[in-house]
Design a protein around this ligand. Structure first.
Ligand code: NAD
Length: 499
């Protein structure tokens, strides 16, 4: 069976039998590989290697660091197909969607190819008599990233690209459920010219996460995952004096106004609710039709479209989505479907009991649709993270805005309308970090930045874009005056001012 060791010293370390985890093939429902799970002392050794490697990397001029990323970009493009197949085989998403996962990370790699420009500081000539002031962005040193299973290429790239381009050494702790693509990315970075141990991949579970949070030489930690763990990681890391950014779970709402283009809205909602089997933090698992007529018309169009969805193995080119990540996660989603029934929501389409011929052991779920879901229901309040769409009917735009605003999560939200005023009011008032107007999955492009509000994000700085550069650097500001050659001694016990 394939084994996956840690990545350091420019290669994959030999597999150790001591602590291991199983990697499944969700389409087949069987174990396909095993991964090492690091102990705390293995993490500490990685930090020591990173500390030794970082100064020389930071001393390289930013243009030369950027060139590594130009080559890395080309290598990812050249390896797109095998990377996507490997990713899909461990995650379960279909190969075309896996390519999107890689591409959205590649976008961030392209952004950091401009790192010489992004790192330029500020300069003021003549801030006082003979005094100039300038500021610069310096790397933090050793930093780490902890990533979830659902985007095993995109999210590691969100973090490692700006961190390394800024001159840091980066330790990646990917999800232990699909760790192979992160290792391949590290191999490609080496091929692109990255010196050893500027990037290491250390696999593991809570043990290694806690070791990251406790190691005093790690200066900043970026985390993406579920909210309870994000909050725990944020609190423990902050208490240890680290800079932290921790993105959490989501329950994104799609508001459908009476004047929306319903056919387009239905097409958008289907892709956003069921794509990747709903295992996206920017999925759209709640739809809010405004007004009874909109609800009736929307439901009429949604039901046949949902029933026509094709579920297949991750290599099926015609499949709309594949299996969910594990048997355990499948059971959890089924539990939420039962909860919705018990809470009194109307189960319009039931995805349970779906079985794919020839792949009966795979972790497949058909699409589920609930109507008449209400805000008191726990199945509405919680993130389900599966192919389950809930209709919450609302009477007005105000009610719809209030629903999205009151929800514990505030990652993404979308409005479907032809009315510019309604859209504008919605954008201004809704308390959610990323908003789409007739755009169902408003993941910002790589030169903006990604971050949710409320329990979807802990910490002040977003992922990637300029916030990525800010997160992985600190500003030093220099106020300088050079001797003029005169020997007049200037002494004062008053705080210096420019008056
Ligand atoms: P998860 O929280 O289970 O795991 C995330 C990371 O935390 C993994 O690396 C895991 O090894 C580690 N971890 C797990 N349990 C831990 C513990 N008890 N202590 C310390 N570390 C622990 O998340 P997941 O199931 O891999 O990913 C899905 C979740 O991630 C969903 O909630 C989804 O919404 C969220 N997500 C959020 C974003 C975002 O940007 N907001 C993006 C993608 C996914």
């Amino acid at each position: 069976m394939r084994t996956i060791g840690h990545y350091f010293d420019g290669g994959v370390a030999p597999f150790e039998e001591e602590r291991t985890g199983d990697i499944f093939n969700p389409s087949k429902g069987e174990v396909q590989a095993r991964v090492n799970l690091a102990a705390a002392d293995e993490l500490d050794a990685a930090v020591a290697r990173a500390k030794a490697a970082q100064p020389a990397w930071a001393a390289l001029n930013p243009q030369r660091r950027a060139r590594v990323f130009f080559r890395f970009k080309e290598l990812i493009e050249a390896n797109m197909q095998p990377l996507a197949e490997l990713l899909a085989s461990e995650h379960g998403k279909v190969v075309s969607d896996a390519k999107g996962d890689i591409q959205r990370g590649l976008d961030v790699v392209e952004f950091v190819c401009g790192i010489p420009h992004l790192l330029k500081g500020e300069y003021t000539e003549g801030a006082g008599p003979g005094i100039d002031v300038y500021s610069m962005r310096q790397p933090l040193g050793v930093v780490a990233g902890i990533t979830p299973f659902n985007f095993p290429a995109m999210i590691p790239l969100w973090m490692l690209a700006p961190a390394i381009a800024c001159g840091n050494a980066f330790i990646l702790k990917p999800s232990e459920r699909d760790p192979s693509v992160p290792v391949r990315l590290a191999e490609l970075m080496k091929e692109a010219g990255l010196p050893d141990n500027v990037l290491q991949v250390i696999h593991g579970d809570k043990v290694v996460v806690d070791a990251i949070l406790d190691n005093p030489d790690i200066k900043a930690v970026s985390f993406v995952g579920s909210s309870d763990i994000a909050q725990y990681v944020y609190n423990r890391g902050s208490a240890a004096g680290k800079r932290m950014q921790c993105m959490g779970g989501a329950k994104n709402h799609g508001i459908v106004m009476p004047d929306a283009d319903l056919d387009q809205a239905v097409a958008d909602i289907l892709g956003a609710a069921y794509g990747s089997a709903g295992e996206r933090c920017m999925a759209l698992p709640v739809v809010i039709p405004v007004g009874e007529q909109t609800a009736v018309a929307l439901r009429e169009k949604l039901v046949p479209a949902i029933e026509a969805l094709r579920i297949g193995v991750s290599t099926d080119e015609d499949a709309h989505y594949g299996p969910v990540v594990s048997a355990q996660h499948k059971a959890r989603i089924e539990g939420y479907i039962q909860m919705g029934v018990d809470e009194g929501a109307e189960l319009v389409v039931d995805g349970r009991g779906f079985s794919l011929q020839g792949h009966e052991e795979g972790y497949f779920l058909g699409p589920t649709l609930f109507d008449h879901v209400t805000p008191e229901m726990k199945s509405y309040q919680d993130e389900i993270f599966g192919p389950v769409l809930q209709i919450v009917r609302s009477a007005s735009l105000d009610d719809a805005i209030a629903l999205a605003t009151r929800h514990q999560y505030g990652n993404g939200v979308a409005i479907f309308t032809r009315n510019g005023n309604a859209a504008r009011e919605f954008v201004q008032r809704v308390e959610v970090g990323m908003v789409g107007v007739n755009v169902p999955i408003p993941v910002p492009v790589s030169y903006h930045s990604f971050g949710g509000w409320k329990r979807s994000g802990f910490g002040d700085m977003n992922q990637y874009g300029m916030d990525g550069v800010r997160f992985y650097t600190r500003v030093k500001t220099v106020t300088q005056r050079w001797p003029t050659g005169d020997t007049i001694v200037d002494q004062s016990f008053v705080i210096p001012t420019m008056s």
